[in-house]
Write a protein that binds this ligand. Structure first.
Ligand code: NAD
Ligand code: GLY
Length: 356
């Protein structure tokens, strides 16, 4: 078992990474002093496999939990579904201290966190992430959101969970393409922060999918890095932006290719390769750095080649991204493995790179 603390003063919280922790959520919540009925929010895909275990554990710890199920899919990370979760919480008279458990991937985590941040002006919530992406990224750091028809994640709040419980065993039921996509965010941590971790990922790239101790170690190190970054810059005033490596290009790819064509992690993998390419073009690092990054992405079985979008389509889409400040194109760029910088790049330079 590994516990990592996200240090945010009186809002600090633990990330517990432990095989089998899924059955202990109730007792652990009780140890945190959380009382009341408790609600578990999940979707049918995850709920059918795992809700029983969590509900039983909650009951054994003295909670009277209710189960709230929302349909599976990004399109349900909406204000409409959030509203139906409020309906259930109100109907069941969930009170201010009653905790809400998010049991699922990033979609469930984001919508549940958003509901928790607003229901009765804020109730405690617990993240129980069940995809690799949510275990290494979205469950940690308190970014909560629902989508708006005009854009992803436009309605949301920074609202930290009271704990994150990660059970690496749940990845055994996750489709391999989802595991692979989650690995893109794991690679990201090596590139932005830790060259030794990058080396570790390269060394074991062939065996992560066996979901053994190397995968658990990869989850642990990713969470350590995310906790450190969030502890230093909770609301993304500066440093936290480095977590967006590959995301500016990646979001343009997701939008340009049509949502659903690429998984978020796949688009981020291509985006990281493009960020490496732009870094070389601007003279920030040597081509060897780009080659190593592409090599690792390739060896995990993720794509590096952008789809056939025009430079203009890329640029227009990147300008709409909320990560772009005042319409200037801002990128996380790489100086060496383990070190990145934030840089605004002129539209002409970006266009020249995209056309090259
Ligand atoms: P997801 O939540 O849609 O899950 C992917 C699929 O896997 C779904 O069909 C889900 O039902 C299924 N699934 C989940 N766990 C499973 C399991 N153990 N076994 C079998 N099936 C399982 O996708 P995701 O990649 O986890 O999350 C994507 C979302 O996360 C996006 O909405 C994105 O905006 C958000 N996100 C948020 C942050 C943040 O900081 N808050 C960061 C990154 C991404
Ligand atoms: N996933 C980026 C962040 O949490 O800031």
């Amino acid at each position: 078992m590994r516990t990592i603390n996200v240090e945010l003063g009186d809002r600090s919280y633990p990330i517990v990474i432990k095989r089998g922790v899924l059955t202990q959520i109730g007792s652990r919540m009780s140890e945190l002093g959380l009382k009341g009925k408790a609600a578990v929010v999940t979707n049918p895909t995850v709920g059918d496999i795992y809700a029983d275990r969590v509900m039983k554990g909650l009951k054994a710890a003295g909670y009277k939990p209710i189960l709230i199920t929302v349909p599976d899919g990004e399109e349900y990370k909406s204000i409409k579904e959030a509203s139906s979760i409020y309906d259930s919480l109100i109907t069941h008279k969930m009170e201010r201290g009653s905790p809400i458990v998010a049991l699922g991937g990033g979609v469930i985590g984001d919508i549940t966190g958003f509901v928790a941040s607003t229901y009765l002006r804020g109730v405690p919530y617990i993240q129980v992430p069940t995809t690799l992406l949510s275990q290494v990224d979205s469950s940690v750091g308190g970014k909560t959101a629902v989508n708006h028809p005009l854009g992803k994640n436009l309605i949301g709040a920074f609202y930290q969970p009271r704990a994150v419980y990660i059970d690496p065993d749940v990845l055994s039921t996750l489709p391999e393409r989802e595991v692979r996509a989650g690995m893109a965010e794991v690679i990201k941590y090596g590139v932005i922060w830790d060259k030794d971790f990058f080396g570790f990922l390269l060394k074991y790239s062939g065996i992560f999918f066996k979901l053994g101790r190397e995968m658990t170690r990869a989850i642990e190190r990713s969470c350590e890095i995310k906790a450190e970054v969030v502890g230093k810059d909770e609301t993304e005033q500066g440093l936290r932006s480095i977590l967006n490596l590959g995301h500016t290009f990646g979001h343009a790819i997701e939008t340009g290719a049509g949502y659903g064509t690429f998984k978020h992690g796949e688009a981020v993998a291509i985006g990281m390769a493009m960020a490496a390419g732009l870094s070389v073009k601007l003279g920030l690092c040597g081509a060897d750095v780009k080659d190593r990054i592409e090599g690792l992405i390739n060896s995990i079985g993720l794509p590096i080649k952008p789809p056939g979008l025009s430079a203009e389509a890329f640029i227009e889409s990147m300008k709409l991204d909320k990560k772009v400040a005042e319409s200037r194109l801002r990128f996380v760029l790489i100086t060496e493995i383990g070190k990145v910088i934030l840089r605004e790049v002129g539209e002409d330079d970006v266009r020249a790179f995209l056309e090259s």
